[in-house]
Write a protein that binds this ligand. Structure first.
Ligand SMILES: N=CN[C@@H](CCC(=O)O)C(=O)O
Ligand SMILES: [Zn+2]
Length: 418
């Protein structure tokens, strides 16, 4: 049996009933906490917690103990939308953007996703694993304790499989849950520019069967956007994914309104992600559905595009999650602390709403909220211990600085060794 006792916690925050799997409406602003607390981890799970005044006698003498020294303890961040497997950064496009080119201009000129695909096709699986491992390691030190990772820079049978195998290796290597989304429908490769049907057939007839046979993906993703995949193409691809048991998680309403959110909802998507262009129709179709709206404020920040209408979504009773979107083109950052700060500063979410969106609702957007995302007995002991803070609001307020002092995964202090 392994055990770890955390004592002197100024506030143990994010305590939700174990069967609370997601939060919406006014419940998103509730982040129940216990002041002056202790928490016991046993065999990788949260075994018990309470106030220091009532700590069971004998616990302190018998269990290895770490003092939070007046810091907060929160559930680890659950980053439900990333593209951390890529071959090379794209800082040259960063400069082009400063000079006035838009994301769409760069993509149309053969940059963007196709630029990343060219580089990924010549990278080995080991090279991709090494570079993605370094990114994931940094993300864990920044508090991330569960992550979703997409393919989508392969755009050929071999390279998509190569990416998905790297994601599988990351899952087997790191002590955090890793979910995998199949995103061959990220862009049309150059050779299929005028043959959309050919590429869609390649995805449906060749890629999906092999990926399903190897069990390489949990979700089906499509970049449903003008100039990328149309609503009709997206529908066909989501239907095909469903035949192999892959529920949708899609890129929707990032750059324009084209019915992407409604298409995701129609196909019972686990989440529709981005929504920088949040029109009334998108809010209407999400309200009353089971689909989570995953917002990616670091992408808006980096691309200088509008921020999603988080308040409209929350007020309509839609569960909102936030995630990094870490990728080389639109969001070269995997820092969930910055996402939580932006959620408050730019999405106008309250600190408690932003933290719930980055923990329990992020977990729900990966169908993991029965295991992670909140403080509850029986859930994984994936936690962060902060420096002493005057209040919870200090965490997003102190943007750009990390308040995290100790990361605990599966009840053990993460020491950087995968
Ligand atoms: N929008 C589509 N995919 C990524 C960007 C991919 C890229 O530019 O490399 C995103 O989520 O922002
Ligand atoms: Zn994305």
């Amino acid at each position: 049996m392994s055990a770890l006792l955390i004592i002197n916690i100024a506030s143990l925050a994010g305590i939700h009933a174990k069967d609370t799997l997601q939060l919406k409406g006014t419940a998103m602003a509730e982040l129940p906490e216990i002041k002056n607390a202790w928490l016991l981890c046993k065999d990788g799970l949260i075994a018990d917690f309470g106030t220091m005044e009532n700590i069971p006698s004998g616990l302190l003498d018998s269990i290895p103990t770490v003092s939070a020294n007046g810091g907060y303890v929160l559930p680890s961040w659950c980053d439900s939308h990333t593209h951390v497997v890529f071959a090379a950064p794209r800082e040259e496009e960063f400069v082009m953007k400063i000079q006035g080119k838009s994301y769409e201009d760069i993509a149309a000129a053969g940059g963007g996703i196709l630029n990343s695909a060219r580089k990924l096709q010549i990278a080995t699986e080991d090279q991709l694993f090494e570079s993605a491992s370094a990114r994931l390691h940094d993300m864990i030190l920044q508090g991330t304790g569960a992550v979703e990772i997409k393919s989508g820079y392969g755009l050929s049978l071999d390279s998509e499989i190569k990416m998905l195998r790297v994601i599988k290796r990351l899952r087997e290597t790191f002590p955090i849950a890793v979910k995998s989304s199949f995103l061959a429908a990220h862009a049309f490769p150059q050779e299929y520019k005028n043959d959309h049907e050919g590429y869609i057939r390649l995805i449906i007839d060749k890629m999906l069967p092999q990926i399903a046979e190897e069990g390489l993906a949990d979700y089906m993703d499509v970049f449903c956007e003008q100039g990328f995949f149309s609503v009709e193409e997206t529908s066909r691809l989501l239907d095909a994914g469903a035949k192999y048991g892959l529920p949708p998680k899609i890129h929707a309403n990032q750059l324009s309104v084209c019915g992407a959110v409604e298409t995701g909802v129609k196909h019972n998507a686990v989440s529709v992600d981005h929504l920088e262009v949040t029109d009334d129709a998108a809010i209407e179709s999400l309200a009353g559905s089971n689909t989570i709206a995953t917002l990616l404020p670091s992408c808006s920040f980096y691309l200088n595009i509008p921020f999603a209408n988080a308040r409209g979504l929350i007020n309509a009773g839609i569960p909102v999650a936030v995630a990094t979107d870490f990728n080389p083109g639109s969001t070269p950052s995997g820092n969930m602390n910055f996402v939580v700060s932006l959620s408050c500063i730019k999405l106008r979410m309250l600190p408690a709403e932003a933290i719930n969106a980055a923990t329990i609702n992020g977990a729900a957007a990966m169908q993991l909220s029965d295991q992670v995302g909140s403080i509850a007995i029986g859930k994984k002991a994936n936690l962060m211990i902060t420096r002493p803070m005057p209040s919870l609001a200090y965490l997003p307020y102190s943007f750009g600085q990390s308040q995290i002092k100790i990361v605990i995964l599966n009840g053990r202090i993460y020491d950087g060794r995968p």
